[in-house]
Design a protein around this ligand. Structure first.
Ligand SMILES: NC(=O)c1ccc[n+]([C@@H]2O[C@H](COP(=O)([O-])OP(=O)(O)OC[C@H]3O[C@@H](n4cnc5c(N)ncnc54)[C@H](OP(=O)(O)O)[C@@H]3O)[C@@H](O)[C@H]2O)c1
Length: 350
């Protein structure tokens, strides 16, 4: 039996406990599936959060557990019902929950989740987009009334989600003003990495408190990727929107992704959500917490915007799959959630 190399974990662990395993070569079992040869895969915080067991209450891992949602690669073979793709097509995907395993040489995915790779991007760049950019797209779409001509504050403008959100807000949704925070060394890199004129005001959050320099009552929208938004309520205009991707979602939102979550857990999440909602409502501000529910249609939107130059991937670091110590270090850096620029990508094919 032929085998593939795959990053796995055999018990809940931080990245230093990850194992490079030999797994059976995946095969197409359903007629709508495709087999993808993985060229590049990007790390998301959820990869390491899952590995330490954050979802164990309602979605326990089956060990050895495979890791990773985001990849770009080449179609190796297609199921009997797949007419959309052919062998050799270059694709990218945010894998579905039950297909996880981006950090491995081959993966089987439903053709319903896969899209042709943006033609102007490398495999590393394409692999950096799906999960973070889809999240930011859905987060910004959750703002009722849209962003046109609005003032939008995106926290962490050079994180995976923040870098996409700044660009989508300005280049796709027509925000009038985009404000963001980054650490000191990144301030000067914003125009270079996101494009001139995408961000109108950059705040060095290490030296300056956003809550003090942004005028009171001036923001229409906060897209919060770091969990600070509820301390900025005084900055909001009445009727504005706070969208958080980092505070606990409502039980209802989480159920869309994990239908099996227990009722008590869902009720607890709903309770916490209502408290956040109430705090915002005292300022007449709308509050929502978004959990990504990936769609192929929106992945195709990302492809189009990437090809039009409206969404530039920000790849901060590329690590070779053959350097497994380097791979574990890269996951550990994501676990630390500090100091990185854009996305870290593992180059599977060298
Ligand atoms: N709800 C969902 O469906 C969903 C989807 C995707 C991600 N998320 C969550 O959203 C969060 C962000 O994800 P991500 O992929 O964007 O993370 P990421 O790319 O790993 O971003 C981390 C970066 O943010 C910067 N940062 C940290 N604290 C900051 C602060 N207070 N102000 C400004 N910048 C700060 C850090 O750079 P410096 O140290 O240089 O500042 C750090 O390197 C994670 O917790 C992730 O789990 C949720």
């Amino acid at each position: 039996m032929s085998t593939i190399k795959a990053v796995t974990f055999n018990k809940y662990t931080k990245p230093d406990g990850f194992v490079l395993a030999d797994l059976p070569m995946p095969t197409i079992e359903r007629p709508g599936d495709v087999l993808i040869k993985v060229y590049a895969a990007s790390i998301n915080p959820i990869d390491v959060k899952r590995a330490v067991g954050i979802l164990r209450i309602f979605n326990p891992e089956k060990f050895p557990a495979r890791i990773g949602y985001d990849l770009a690669g080449v179609i190796e073979s297609v199921g009997a019902d797949v007419a959309e793709f052919k062998i050799g097509d270059e694709v990218f995907v945010r894998l579905a929950e039950d297909e996880r395993g981006a950090f491995q040489e081959y993966v089987v995915a439903s053709s319903k989740t896969v899209a042709l790779k943006p033609t102007n991007l490398t495999f590393e760049e394409a692999a950096s987009l799906p999960l973070a950019s889809l999240t930011s797209l859905q987060g910004l779409l959750a703002v009722k009334g849209g962003l046109k001509d609005k003032t939008v504050f995106v926290t962490a403008g050079l994180s995976g989600t923040g870098s996409a959100a700044c660009q989508l807000a300005k280049n796709v949704f027509g925000a009038a003003k985009v404000i963001t925070t980054v650490s000191t060394s990144k301030v000067a890199r914003i125009p270079e990495l996101l494009g001139e004129g995408v961000v109108d005001e950059v705040i060095d959050y290490k030296t300056t408190a956003a809550g003090k320099v942004i005028p009171k009552g001036s923001l229409d929208v906060i897209y919060d990727t770091v969990g600070e938004a509820l301390s900025y309520l005084h900055l909001m205009k009445p009727g504005g929107w706070i969208i958080s991707i980092i505070t606990l979602p409502s039980g209802q939102n989480l159920k869309a992704l994990f239908p099996s979550i227990p009722s008590w857990f869902s009720l607890m999440l709903d309770g916490i959500f209502k408290i956040n909602h109430y705090r915002a409502s005292r300022y007449r501000v709308n509050y929502d917490s978004v959990v990504l529910v990936p769609t192929k249609e929106q992945l195709l939107d990302l492809k189009q915007w990437a090809e039009e130059g409206k969404l530039k991937p920000v790849v901060g670091k590329v690590v070779k799959f053959s350097d497994f110590e380097g791979v574990k270090k890269a996951f550990t850096e994501i676990y630390g959630a500090k100091g990185l620029t854009g996305k870290t990508v593992i180059k599977i094919i060298e």
